[in-house]
Design a protein around this ligand. Structure first.
Ligand SMILES: Cc1cc2nc3c(=O)[nH]c(=O)nc-3n(C[C@H](O)[C@H](O)[C@H](O)COP(=O)(O)OP(=O)(O)OC[C@H]3O[C@@H](n4cnc5c(N)ncnc54)[C@H](O)[C@@H]3O)c2cc1C
Length: 502
């Protein structure tokens, strides 16, 4: 067995949550006990205290209104930012709980290089998206490579191109029968009618649809699905599995160096400078209450409770918190929101002193235990070219099981997961180890709405219904998969309805 990648005594480990930056954590020397010692220093965390109090039904103070605004937008991820951009000439206030905007699309820098802590790439899946991105002055680079996929140690470039006759199937390290199964599945999904059979597909677990095609294909989707829509095949709606297998590869993909967090910043910058102070960070909303033609929004800012009176509200927050905050929702709608599930995610950014990998943009490792895929942060600008002695960051995605969410509250256990992922990569790529300088660990407790059976035709339509003067945005309101562009479209759609009431 090769030496693990993490020469822990020499590598800086930086632990953060959401996107708040933490301080460096001392590592351990290679060969020491795998369990890390309690990290010293101050570690930052996603601002979850107030939301956990809401979850635990703590009695929080609701002061009388001390402020007024025509429109309150709750949440400053891509959806809330898109709503604020559209509403910028109105009397609006956006309240965001973190100290920065961007939500799950947030970018940071290491030694001047940008890297993603969540959302990576976009497709221009309809003309509305194209126009929206143009308005925000998105100048993204095309992703020129197809994904690479590793099966049992063999890398297959361009795996899954949606073509049953593709020579790529000849490269997988399996028997002819397995290859035939893969081609057959590809042919069968291409013949399916997604719109006509939407309900049936949505009610069927993807694993059931995959059963006749063998375990090798199931293993592939058990890696791809969690990374892209938060679920293994057994937990996924067949609608998303079939849509992805059939359609995703034909859509050109784009991104910024460092991912779509750059996009969040651009949406924010599309708000006129003199209106940007209306975007307030460090403000966690815990109650939204309708009262006749008013909506009262209570939030904590700097530890103080404040209530603001609005004429309309856009909730650009994921539904797992929305249903707990908005008072008096109809029972069916409340239940639909409460039934939505969200996958926790670790994102590890491995910072290297030189280029260690530049073969493809997305790289999936089927069957890896501690991560699903990784992306070279500068691939969209450098591709396979450039000076190989330049520093490089690899963004490693590690979706987690829901039952492991509690780990995120424990720094020591979080770090153990990071060590395991980095060691697993080190065994695959022993030559990386001497160049690794720093590891940045992000934990996102409820990161990705899970595309479970019933998500599209059952839960989403009920959850997004307008509630009087309260409108529901966020990417989970109406999407094929949680996605920056859907978040933007949903924000704009909700705020346009709200603006009509002002
Ligand atoms: C690891 C990962 C990888 C991804 N990769 C891609 C990708 O490649 N391409 C793509 O298009 N999409 C990707 N996504 C999905 C994309 O990031 C989301 O669809 C998008 O961020 C959703 O935007 P949103 O505004 O709806 O929600 P969020 O981004 O979740 O933003 C919600 C905001 O609301 C705030 N908030 C929550 N509760 C409160 C409260 N009580 N009071 C005030 N504020 C509150 C949060 O802090 C947050 O800022 C990825 C997501 C993850 C987690």
């Amino acid at each position: 067995m090769s030496e693990p990648l993490s020469r822990r005594s020499f590598i800086r480990w930086v632990l953060a949550a959401g996107a708040a930056m933490g301080c460096p954590i001392p590592g351990k020397a290679a060969g020491e006990d795998k369990t890390p010692s309690t990290p010293s220093g101050t570690l930052h965390s996603e601002s979850h205290t107030v939301c956990h109090q809401v979850r635990d039904e703590d009695r929080l103070p609701v002061p009388p209104p001390s402020r007024k605004a025509d429109l309150v937008i709750v949440g400053g991820g891509p959806s809330g930012l898109a709503a604020a951009d559209r509403a910028q000439d109105a009397d609006f206030v956006l309240l965001e709980k973190e100290e920065h905007v961007g939500g799950n699309a947030y970018t940071e820098k290491w030694e001047g290089l940008r890297y993603g802590t969540g959302s990576a790439w976009a497709t221009l899946f309809n003309p509305e998206v194209e126009a929206m991105f143009k308005r925000w002055k998105f100048e993204m680079n095309p992703i020129k490579s197809l994904d690479a996929t590793c099966f049992n140690g063999t890398w297959v470039p361009g795996f899954w191109d949606g073509n049953p006759d593709s020579p790529v199937f000849d490269q997988v390290p399996f028997s002819d029968e397995v290859r035939r199964n893969m081609r057959r599945f590809c042919k069968d999904v291409n013949a399916m009618d997604l719109e006509k059979d939407k309900k049936k597909l949505d009610r069927t677990p993807f694993s059931e649809l995959l059963r006749p095609y063998g375990p090798e294909l199931l293993a592939y989707w058990n890696t791809y699905g969690p990374s892209n829509w938060g679920c293994s095949a057994a937990e996924s709606s067949s609608f998303i599995g079939v849509q992805c297998a059939k359609e995703w590869t034909v859509l050109p993909r784009f991104s910024f160096e460092g991912g779509l967090g750059v996009g969040s910043q651009k949406v924010y910058e599309s708000i006129k400078p003199e209106r940007r102070s209306r975007v307030e960070t460090g403000a966690t909303v815990y109650k939204v209450r309708k009262l006749g033609k008013k909506v009262l929004v209570s939030y904590f800012k700097g530890g103080e409770p404040v209530t603001i009176e609005a004429k309309a509200v856009v909730m650009a927050t994921p539904k797992f918190i929305t249903w707990r905050v908005v008072e008096g929702l109809p029972e069916k709608q409340r239940q639909a929101m409460a039934s939505m599930k969200y996958a926790p995610f670790m994102v590890y950014n491995l910072c290297f002193s030189r280029v260690v990998y530049n073969q493809a943009y997305e790289n999936f490792v089927v069957g890896a235990k501690h991560f699903t895929d990784f992306v070279p942060a500068d691939f969209v600008t450098k591709g396979k070219e450039g000076d190989l002695s330049r520093p490089q960051i690899l963004t490693v995605y590690s979706p987690q099981k829901q039952e492991d969410r509690y780990v995120f509250l424990d720094d020591k256990a979080t770090l153990a997961k990071a060590y395991a992922a980095v060691d697993e990569l080190g065994e695959m790529f022993p030559s990386w180890k001497e160049h690794l300088k720093e590891v940045r660990v992000y934990r996102r407790g409820h990161a990705m709405p899970m595309s479970m059976p019933g998500f599209y035709t059952g839960l989403q339509p009920l959850a997004r219904k307008d509630f009087g003067r309260v409108f529901f945005a966020a990417s989970d309101a109406d999407c094929d998969v949680s996605d920056f562009a859907f978040a933007g479209l949903n924000g704009i759609n909700a705020v346009e309805k709200a603006l009509k009431l002002l």
